[in-house]
Each structure stands twice: as C-alpha cells, then as structure tokens.
Ligand binder design. Sequence first.
Ligand SMILES: [Zn+2]
Length: 268
Amino acid sequence: MPEGPEIFLAARAVHAAVAQQPSHLTLHYDKLVSKQRSLRGVPITRVHARSKAMLTEFANGVVLYSHNQLYGEWVVHSLDEPLLAKQVRLVVRTARHQVVLYSATDFAWLRAGREHEHPYIAKLGPEVLDAQVSAAQIAQRLAQFPRRVIADALLDQHVLAGLGNYLRADILLVARVHPLRTIAALSAAELLRIAKACKTLTQRSVQRAGVVRPWAAYQASRRAGLGYEAARFYAFDREGAPCWGCGTPIVRTTQGGRGLFYCAVCQT
Ligand SMILES: [Zn+2]
C-alpha cells in the first residue's frame, strides 16, 4: 500500500498538471456523475494529500475527496498517450495533459473549509509531511498515547498521519528504539529522536523517490552492486541482511499483522 510520501508525490504531480489552468473534467463513475454539469468549466485550484486521501479543490468551493485504497491510481498522461486498461473514474484534460484517476471507489463531495467533517479526515492526527508540523509537536502527539506500542502507534493514522510500514521500521532504527516498547517507557530524548526521524525520513523519501537512507550512502550501496529496493531502506524488507550501522542481521517479526523489521543490537 502506498505510504504518505507516495501519495504526497502523486498529489504534487497532479497539482502541477491541472491546477490554475483551463481544464475539462469528465466524470465516469456512478457516484461522481451528478456533479458533471455544475463543474463544467470550473478550474481546479489545488490538489493536495491528507494522509492517504487526495483532495481536489475547485474554484467554486467544491472539493472532491478520493482515497486510492489498494488499487486506485492517479496517472498524468501526455495527450497522445493511450490510457491504461483499467477502470477510468475521472479524466482532467488540459492543453498538455490528461490526468486520469483509475479504479478508486472511495469518493465524497465536500465543501471547502469543511473537509475535516469527512469521517476519514476527522480522525487523522497531525500530518508528518506538513511543514507546519514540527518534530516537537510530533513528540508531544506520541506522548498522548502512553499505553501504545511505538511500532503500532506510528502506523495509526489517528496518532500521526502519513506514515506506513516501511517508514515505521526505518524511523525506529534511525531513532535506535526497539519497536515493541510502549510509549510510556520511552524517555523524552527517545521520543524526540523518533519525531525527528519521522520528519527527516518522510521528507527524504519525497525528495528522493522513495530512498529513505541518506543519498550518499544509498549511492555507495548502488555502486557496490545492490538494486534500488535493497539499497533504499535502513531496516524494512532487509531480513537477514546486515544492519548498515553494526553489521548484525536485520530481524523480521510480525506486529499487528504486518512485517516488522529491526536491528536487535542498535534498537534497545
Ligand atoms: Zn544495528
């Protein structure tokens, strides 16, 4: 499932392709077509992500909420490119692009300024990728859930929005915190390390197309013969591979039905 950085990048690409310019919207899905007439000729002003949902804002104050779940996908096509062989939900045509949302089924029409009333958005915690949200605020937010296991809390979009399974593993290795500790057992310094890693790793993933490790370290691993997937993470999906820090094989366990990867030496 895509995590915050992937949705953030998709929203940025769609925004760059369609916002603030003449566009033609075609709605192809039963749940959407009722707005076809009232949105004719109305420009899209902004496209942005909220956790794993996308909000498409129109100049008349209408906002389209969409959530890709496991199968939905936004694609920015050039005008001469054929569409994918998938269910087309909507198409936005501009002078240069056709932007298509495929296969998603979770939609809602909202009003600008009242997006927070949508049940998914209503329960979201602070957005890790939001520049207005500081590491100190993230640490304070985590401290509000003392009984939670830290690895579970990082995946819970109600605690913090925008993290997923690969980020939680790598954040906890960078912060040198064992994933199964409860938040109440963490020191203020550990919480702040986790919070700072939340910011740094999500930003890096956005800037470097999913590469979570520092760029120079990633490039060195690539030169040494590792592929993109093997080189881009600290811990995630690296069971049995040596920890970059200490050389101990990374361990895999299961937590909350998801694979959880960590270094038993670096994470105490
Ligand atoms: Zn280690």
